[in-house]
Design a protein around this ligand. Structure first.
Ligand SMILES: [Zn+2]
Length: 311
């Protein structure tokens, strides 16, 4: 009954019916436009074209290509602020009375907390290859660059640090003493090859962990050139970065590194600022066993300012 009443109502008013017929396509067009604006991929121009509305209003907007901007430390700064962290063991120190061992041992849980913090706070782990390329090849560095170095080639680098680094997508530098490889507590040659293949940079740390300031010319050849050559033979590529055992060096030691083609060397001098001229005495930040996360964070210093560049 209600349908008939409506039809009768319209039948008695032909003017209104004609007006409704005239307006219907326009109304549908307006609704269609709204859809096209909201869902440009779902309501393309073709669907709406038969409503005979002006083309410029119904064509879906072209997606504008937005180049991925990224933050970098631009080339050319000297000094450049890059914390080079000095780790030794990543382990729970087995002997509580061994204070030296305790200081050299960052526990796996503390280490993981440090890596978590670096990741969440936008730090990018780089290698010394990257830091050299920054100066030598004017290659920018990623924002908040950091170098994670591990001295001596202990077994726990492979068993404990390496998996945590990988889980965070972080690279690192392992300073290996070739004379200690395959000994108890140290990495095997195969493990060093494996981490090298996985993007960890291997640096030289002498053949016997000798105090180089007490070495004569012949021993310097053995310790400096010998360790570089042994690692290059194992890995099949140049090894250009060195670390002084216990941070000890003098002019004769530096001259020896130059003679044998080492491109960088790290010390235990504290600091985060580096220059190309100072590359054979680069400073480091020591990660001490038992230190609080807040102390670790404070030791990183102020991050180098970045600029935005197109990806
Ligand atoms: Zn060492």
């Amino acid at each position: 009954m209600r349908g008939e009443a409506v039809r009768d109502w319209f039948a008695q008013r032909p003017g209104i019916t004609a007006l409704a017929a005239l307006l219907a396509p326009v109304l549908i067009g307006v609704v269609g436009l709204g859809l096209a604006g909201l869902l440009p991929d779902v309501a393309p121009a073709g669907v709406l074209s038969h409503f005979s509305l002006p083309i410029p209003f119904i064509s879906a907007p072209e997606p504008t290509p937005t180049p991925e901007a990224r933050e970098v430390v631009p080339a050319g700064r000297s000094p450049v602020q890059v914390p080079i962290i000095e780790y030794h063991y990543i382990r729970v120190n087995p002997d509580p009375r061994d204070r030296l061992g305790f200081n050299l041992s960052v526990t796996p849980s503390d280490f993981k907390a440090q890596m978590d913090w670096l990741q969440v706070n936008g730090y990018h782990a780089i290698t010394l290859n990257d830091l050299r390329a920054y100066f030598q090849e004017q290659k920018p560095l990623p924002s908040r660059p950091i170098v994670l170095t591990f001295d001596d080639g202990y077994a726990d680098f492979y068993t404990t640090a390496f998996p945590i680094l990988q889980a965070h997508g972080f690279t690192a530098v392992s300073y290996v003493v070739p004379g200690f490889l395959d000994h108890p507590r140290y990495m095997t040659s195969a493990q060093v090859e494996e981490v090298d293949g996985a993007g960890i940079e291997i640096g030289a740390h002498t053949m016997t962990h000798a105090d180089l300031t007490k070495a004569g010319p012949a021993q310097l050849v053995l310790e400096v050139e010998g360790s570089k050559n042994a690692l290059e033979k194992l890995l099949g590529h140049p090894v250009l970065d060195f670390c002084y055992p216990s941070g000890k060096f003098n002019d004769a030691v530096i001259a020896s590194l130059r003679q044998f083609g080492l491109q960088s060397a790290t010390t235990e001098l504290p600091g985060t600022d580096h220059t190309w001229d100072g590359r054979l005495t680069w400073k480091r930040v020591r990660a001490n066993g038992g230190e609080l996360l807040s102390e670790f964070i404070a030791s990183l210093g102020t991050p180098e300012k970045t600029v935005k560049v197109a990806g």
